[in-house]
Structures are given as C-alpha cells and as structure tokens.
Design a protein around this ligand. Structure first.
Ligand code: WT7
Length: 635
C-alpha cells in the first residue's frame, strides 16, 4: 500500500493513525517511493523537543532540484512547468516547459558558481514575481547555496537587516518591478540597502522594466550576458538531508525578524505530500497560488510543492485590481486554472466590488479553491464558495505558518467534508493538541485552547538563523515538549479545528504577519515620539488594521497632527514597508501599564475596537486614570 495519496475519508483516518503509531514507517515509505535519493535514510527521525533539535531523514543524501526538475524530464519534458502571467494583460504569457526550466536553472546555477557562490553561502533574492525569482531560488538549491528571498515590498532598511542577519554574499535583483500602474525601483532600494551591508560582494541584475539604473563597478552586473555565456550542463550538489535549503524571515512578537531555517529533505517530502493531498492535484491540472514567492506560501505552493509533483504552476506578476477587479477571474479563465489558492484579504477586497466582475467568467475549469493566511470569516467564505467555486468546488481553508513549512490543518479536497470558517482536520503526521491555561492538554471537544503540535513533522523549521536559543524559547518553552504555534483554536464536537487568531503580539494584516515591537520601534524613532503601542482592530478588507497609541515628547511642539501622522507612517514605511502603516493614530499622554511596566494591550485593543463596555480587571494598573483619557480621546 502506498501512503502518498489519500483516496477517501476512511483512508485518511487509517493513514492518520498509522502516522501517529508508526511515524518512521509512514514517512519512510512516502520518502522512499516518491523521490530520488543519492542515499536513503535508515533512522528517519531523531528529535529532542526540550532542546528543539529535530532531524528528518537522518543521513540521507538528496538534491531537491533534481527532484523538482531532472527526474520529470523523460516523462514531462515538454509539459509546462511554469505559466508566467505578466502584470500587463497585453504582454504575452510565457509557458516554460520542464525542459526549458531545467536548462535555465542549470545555466543560472553555473553563473552562480562562476561568480563565487559555494555550497552553504547565503544569497538574497529581491525580485518581483517574474520567472527569474523561481529560477534563482532553484539555482541556489541546485548548488547547495541557501536562498533568502526577501519580499520585494520591503524597504531598504528592512532588506539590509535581513541581508546582514544571514550575511548574504550576493544579491539577485532587477532594474525594477511592475505592480499594477506602478513601477517599483527595486535596484534603487538595493543600492540604498547595500550602503549598510558590507557582506555583499556581488549583485546580479535582471532586466525587467528597462528603467535607468546605475551599476556599481566591481559589484553589480547585468545577469543576461552572464547567462548567455553559461553552459547548460550543471552537476547538482549532493546535499545532506539536514543541510539548510533556505532562510525566510518572519516577524516575531519582539525584536528583530526571525530567519526561519528550512532544511532539505524534510521540507521536500512534506511540501510535496501536502500539495498533492490538500489540493488533490492530478496530472494536467493547472495550479495557481496567488501569493508572492517572497512569502512561505509562494515557496511551498508556487515553487517546491507543485514542481516536486511535476505540476503546472501559475506565477502572476501583478495585483488583483489591475487593470480592473476581474483580473483573477480573467486569468483563471485564460489559463484554465483547476486549483486556485488565495488569501481572505484578497477575497474580501474583491467581494466589495460589483458582482459582475466575477460573474462575467464561468470559471468552469476550477475544481478546488483554497484559502490561506488568516481566518476566513463566514461572509467571505460564502462569497468565495458561491461566486468563485460555483458551490461545486471544495473550499480548503489551509492553516499553517512560515515555521511549519507546509499546510498542517486543512480539509483535503474531495475527501474531508468542509465547514465554513473551520480549517478542519490535521494532515497525517500532525499531532495537534489544545492546551489550557494550566498547560495541560485538553482532551475534550467543543473547547478553545492554545494550539500546539506534540510530535515533529518533516516540514518544521529547524532553527532561527544564528539564534537557536530564540527558536527554543519562542516555540518550545511555553508548553514544554511541544511546538507552540502562537495561535488559539477551537475544536468542535467532531474534532474539527477553527483557528481563532494569534494569542501573542503578532497581528495579521492583509495576511501579513506583523510584530508589534518592530512597528513600535519605527514609530519611536520619530524625534517627536516618546513612546507608542500598536494593536490590531477588525477591518473589513484587511482582516485586521493597525491602531497606534502615541505619546509625544513635547505635546506643544508638533501642533500639526495631520502632518505628524504622515511622518510617523513614513517612518514605518521606511523601516518596515508600507504594509505596516497605521490606519489610525491616537495621541495620548500615557499608556495603561501594569506595575511591572508591561503595557496592558487588551485594554488598548478594546478601545481600538470601539468597545468600551468591559475592560476587565484593571486593578493591577499603575495608572488607571489613563484609561478614561484614552477612551474619551481628548488630548
Ligand atoms: C499565521 C502564520 C503560511 C501561511 C501564510 C502566513 C495565520 C495562516 C490561516 C488560516 C486562520 C491562519 C495564523 C498563523 N493563519 N493561515 N487558514 N486560518 N489563520 O504565514 O506569515 O507565517 O503567518 O497566519 O495566525 O499563525 P505566516
């Protein structure tokens, strides 16, 4: 019996039980039967949850790109691997076959080697959603370099911090990027970032927008002439199962971004397996995930998961609103997309617009629709289900995180009955548990608790780059022996999970994970600001928006509050990126603090939500009078 593809609900339960009782046998069989290895693993998994040390497919040797490309060539060489849909609908789409992709990745891999990139080196990729972002990442993986893709919406100082944290020696960027009506000056941002990045030796520049840029001598080169000269014959590096594959930064509730490290074999097996089963991918399907490769969703379900399965994956350069609100639906129709995977924030923003935008398109090619990034509210769920899925496509609400590598809790299309707003059941291998306030495992159903996973799965991140202690503290110390997700969840009477949201200081805005601390740091850098606190409040389109409470140093000095608000937001844009801008700013004379100096955020959250009914116990506050002032909004 093969465990790779689950055929029905009964089999799901069988596989699930097998994966719990005999995890080694379960994953060993999947790994052995569905991938090509230089050497297979005997031990499969070794772990110590107390120390947060996890190894999968111990001692195996493998190259993930050989599994994504080389092994498909004999059967699927002419099959389209990537469909590239440009920002501008009048520019022709590109169909890149497995043969072409293999050649382009091999050439790129040779260029990287010629430019001095070696196994284990870090390469920062700061590119728009064009084929080169996929090709660069795969080329790195082919030669064993560790890619660190930084979303091309991040500011110069945010990129610089990420480049320095992992000491990247190379940056791959482009002359610019198209996004809707706008052209973004990516090279300019990199130039600014690199003023503060002594570790970067070389910059390769992809030509995309034909914008005027400057090439710094000795450091910057156009990529194309190097590719033209490169051989297309490249021997892939033999990697250890636990060699790092990539670093991807995610915000923490405190301090600097966390460089999550994913390693080779476990990530490979888990993304391939979860892709196949959650989306019920079949040969000749056309899969489209609308995320950016700068996020984990793009890594796992635009790039690795689909290519490992020999799938056709769509890459879209643009935005859902350009040239108008029907762009997504037009693309589904144009490329006969069978599985469509997007975020609730996109759904909500399109659902606000006239129904005719979506109704113009029959969308008959669709078989499965998916959601990711934040809880999908009932209204958005039904709109998506009715108007996009035509009430006939299963809607898979997939819960996971940058740290988990792949989807952990989700319905499996055509197998698990769906229930609006519920992510439903854990995938085989995922031992989800809810914990109560006393840190005990909750056995009952129809309860809420902190969501933890009590056994490692192959896709889990192995560490935080350069800071294993932080990895251990963040994920393995709150509930000893378990991985703590930071999310709260409700489990219903049949064991379905509904994710209720973060229980820490991370706020999800339009599906982007933002920590309050770095935003507050950026606000506090404004010379007029003494202190600040940021909380989330519900927003129709973004899910959550940001509300900043700001204490000024000299309240008399900055009389022009509107201007000050603008400047503060500009600071946030410069330090983090426009996605972290505040929707509301309230100037206050103090913040509610406990005796130990901790800001009582739940009070600020209630005020931000406009709910002044019950602030709960405020007796531990040092300055209870401030609550009335903030509530009345007078300063
Ligand atoms: C956080 C992780 C990997 C997905 C992209 C975001 C929230 C994610 C869902 C969902 C409810 C969800 C959680 C999680 N989240 N998917 N289907 N339902 N909440 O990855 O940036 O690492 O954020 O996103 O709060 O912890 P991320």
């Amino acid at each position: 019996m093969s465990y790779y593809k689950i055929e029905n609900l009964e089999q799901y339960f069988k596989h699930y039980n097998k994966s719990v009782r005999e995890p080694r046998k379960f994953w060993s069989k999947i790994a052995s039967e569905n991938f090509t290895w230089y050497q297979e693993s005997e031990k499969i998994v070794e772990f110590d949850m107390a120390e947060a040390k996890i190894k999968w497919f111990v001692d195996a040797k493998v190259n993930i790109v050989k599994n994504c490309l080389d092994r498909h060539l004999s059967k699927r060489g002419e099959k389209t691997a990537i469909i590239f849909e440009p920002n501008n609908p009048t520019e022709e789409a590109q169909h890149i076959s497995y043969n072409d992709l293999y050649t382009r990745v091999s050439k790129m891999a040779n260029v990287l080697r010629e430019q001095g990139v070696e196994k284990g080196d870090r390469v920062c990729i700061y590119l728009p959603m064009i084929p080169e972002i996929a090709i660069s990442a795969l080329a790195c993986a082919r030669i064993g370099a560790i890619h660190s893709v930084v979303f091309a919406g991040f500011s110069a100082s945010a990129v610089a911090a990420r480049i320095n944290d992992s000491e990247c020696k190379m940056v791959i960027t482009s002359d610019g990027g198209f996004r809707g009506e706008k052209t973004i000056d990516l090279k300019g941002i990199i130039d600014e970032a690199l003023n503060n990045c002594p570790c970067v030796e070389k910059v390769l520049v992809v030509k995309r927008t034909n914008s005027e840029i400057t090439l710094k001598e000795g450091r910057d080169q156009w990529l194309q002439p190097l590719l033209d000269k490169a051989s297309d014959n490249n021997i892939a590096e033999i990697m250890d199962a636990e060699d790092p594959l990539f670093i991807l930064y995610t915000s923490g509730s405190t301090g600097k971004p966390k460089g999550m490290v994913h390693t080779t074999a476990g990530y490979m097996v888990y993304t391939a397996y979860s892709f196949k089963n959650v989306f019920n991918y079949e040969e000749n399907d056309v899969f489209w995930c609308t995320a950016d490769i700068g996020w984990i969703t793009g890594h796992s379900y635009i790039l690795y998961g689909p290519l490992l399965n020999g799938a056709t994956t769509v890459m879209f350069e643009g935005v859902p609103t350009y040239p108008d609100y029907s762009r997504f639906w037009e693309i589904i129709e144009k490329h006969k997309v069978t599985q469509f995977y997007t975020a609730p924030t996109a759904i909500r923003s399109l659902a606000k617009e006239n129904l005719s935008y979506v109704q113009k398109y029959p969308l008959k090619s669709l078989k499965v629709i998916g959601s990711v990034g934040e809880p999908i509210n009932e209204e958005a769920w039904h709109w998506y289900n009715d108007h996009v899925g035509g009430k006939r496509c299963p809607l898979v609400d997939t819960w996971w995180q940058t740290e988990t590598g792949g989807i952990l809790i989700s319905a499996l299309a055509f197998i698990t009955p769906t229930k609006p707003t519920y992510a439903s059941l854990p995938l085989p291998g995922i031992q989800a548990v809810l914990m109560d306030e006393k840190r005990n495992e909750i056995e009952d159903n129809q309860v809420t608790g902190s969501l933890c996973i009590k056994f490692p799965w192959p896709g889990i991140a192995r560490t935080i780059w350069g800071d294993h202690q932080r990895y251990k503290d963040t994920y393995f110390s709150t509930f000893p022996g378990k991985y703590f997700t930071g999310d709260g969840a409700l489990r219903d009477e049949v064991g379905y999970y509904r994710i209720t949201g973060r229980v820490d200081d991370v706020i999800i805005v339009s599906g982007h994970n933002l920590g309050t601390a770095p935003i507050e740091d950026a606000i506090n850098e404004h010379p007029a600001v003494a202190e600040s606190a940021v909380v989330g409040f519900p927003h129709d389109v973004k899910g959550n928006a940001l509300y900043g409470f700001v204490i000024l140093k000299e309240s008399g000095e900055y009389r022009d509050r509107a201007n000050l608000t603008k400047e503060i937001n500009q600071h946030i844009s410069d330090h983090i990126g426009p996605i972290a801008k505040l929707d509301k700013i309230q100037f206050v004379s103090g913040l509610p603090k406990t005796r130990s100096g901790k800001i009582m955020r739940r009070i600020l959250r209630k005020i931000a939500e406009g709910d002044f009914s019950n602030f709960g116990d405020t007796t531990t506050l040092l300055n209870p009078e401030i609550v009335d002032e903030i509530k009345n909004g007078k300063l």
